[in-house]
Design a protein around this ligand. Structure first.
Ligand code: ZN
Length: 419
């Protein structure tokens, strides 16, 4: 790869981060910016952009990447707490760094194929996942899990926090892989563990990542135990730090949404996971948006996701479920949905306009983002930090066939004896 050089797409259609369309010859710069091309600049690649649609890449804000090890129908039909306790946790007891490497590698392959350049992850052996993402040329906010339940990777929460302290201390702000502190949930973390994690986040200026108010059981158990609902409880123990990532935020009251906004939390809408596990409710987009909460979209791990790691599919569900829940077809039009699914990206995904799902383009030729969000399309190219992670429909930074073969072999031993 040539360093510090741009890529030119000729005769391209580019949608910028605000959903504005630009047509012509464009340069994509290594720093994430773009500009119009005069046609004679030195570039590392000069690509015929006709038949291609350039957008910001997708950003997946809640994943458990190595759960690619759990087949997609793994214990399908279980409600969340039975699924965790009877299927996921007993299987994860045999987890080791090599399994995580193989699961995360397969996940990276799927992310690249579907146009995502970033994941906010929560899983065991974060340094392993960080290395896999880095080798694949992707970005990550890799959260090491902290919980008081038995961890396959650590004897207790304190040693998990100590490992994270080391990872956080050694990272540089410009690294594409940043680490985070992933306290699993209020039902797997004691108050003391949550407080310790929050103190570490403050000390290292790191982000927290937690599942919050995913099910009615979680909120009723919390209320019975503490007299408070989960977000109130977390506020009461001084847990929140700016940028805390709250996955799900489904069963929250208006005052809890205000608390999330006050603490500049990020709430992650995971509609397919909520629907697949029949949680009976998902995030209220209008209520969070009105309160000014930063809202992102996440697929969750591929065992509970109904979209795999495909963020276009998840974005589609986000728009549909909000319209359905609120009886409002004007909610989350395609441009707003795509903007939310790619928010913060400084990378580029390039989609195949000759994919049948992208047609027709409409009489005014303005149906690109609507077709992309509601139908999907093949990702041809992806550029991260000036590097072609995918080019002409081929992933460049990892061997896809090897990734899937290693995964198939690994699962033969990984969930032996588990339904
Ligand atoms: Zn999750």
């Amino acid at each position: 790869m040539a360093e510090d050089t741009s890529v030119r797409y000729r005769n391209a259609i580019l949608y910028d981060e605000s959903g504005q369309k630009h047509i012509g010859d464009v340069l994509l710069h290594q720093d994430g910016a773009w500009s119009e091309s005069k046609g004679d600049e030195d570039v590392q690649q000069d690509i015929d952009g006709s038949g291609r649609l350039i957008t910001r890449s997708l950003q997946n804000w809640h994943t458990h990447l190595a759960m690619q090890l759990n087949a997609r129908d793994f214990s399908d039909g279980y409600p969340l707490h039975r699924w965790l306790n009877e299927a996921i946790f007993p299987t994860e007891a045999r987890l080791n760094p090599e399994y995580v490497r193989i699961g995360a590698q397969a996940a990276a392959a799927e992310m690249i194929r579907t146009g995502s350049s970033f994941a906010a992850d929560m899983y065991f052996y974060p340094a392993v996942t960080g290395k896999v993402l880095s080798n694949a040329g992707l970005r990550g906010l890799v959260g090491g899990p902290v919980s008081d339940a038995a961890l396959p990777s650590h004897p207790d929460a304190v040693s998990a926090l100590d490992e994270l302290d080391t990872l956080l201390k050694n990272q540089k702000t410009e690294d594409k892989i940043q680490y985070a502190i992933a306290t699993h949930s209020i039902y797997l973390c004691s108050e003391e563990t949550l407080r310790r994690a929050s103190e570490l986040a403050e000390k290292r200026n790191a982000r927290l990542h937690i599942h919050v108010s995913e099910t009615r059981k979680e909120i009723s158990d919390c209320h019975e135990r503490t007299g408070l609902y989960p977000v109130e409880y977390l506020d009461n123990i001084d847990f929140f730090k700016p940028g805390t990532i709250c996955a799900h935020a489904s069963w929250v009251k208006k005052n809890e949404i205000r608390i999330l906004a006050e603490h500049q939390a990020t709430a992650v809408h995971c509609p397919s996971s909520n629907m697949k596990l029949a949680c009976g409710g998902t995030m209220s987009f209008p209520a969070h948006a009105e309160a000014g909460v930063d809202i992102r979209i996440g697929t969750d791990g591929s065992a509970s996701s109904g979209s795999g790691l495909d963020m276009l599919a998840e974005a589609r569900l986000a728009s549909l479920v909000q319209r359905h829940d609120h009886w409002d077809p004007s909610l989350l039009p395609a441009t707003e949905t795509f903007t939310m699914a790619s928010k913060g990206s400084s990378d580029w995904a390039v989609w195949n306009l000759n994919d049948i799902r992208m047609r027709p383009l409409g009489r005014s030729g303005n149906r690109h983002l609507a077709n992309l969000v509601f139908n999907g399309a093949e990702c041809l190219d992806m550029w991260v930090d000036g590097q072609a992670v995918r080019l002409n429909g081929q992933t460049q930074t990892l061997d896809e066939a090897l990734a899937w073969n290693e995964l198939d072999l690994a699962v033969e031993t990984y969930y032996e004896g588990v339904e």
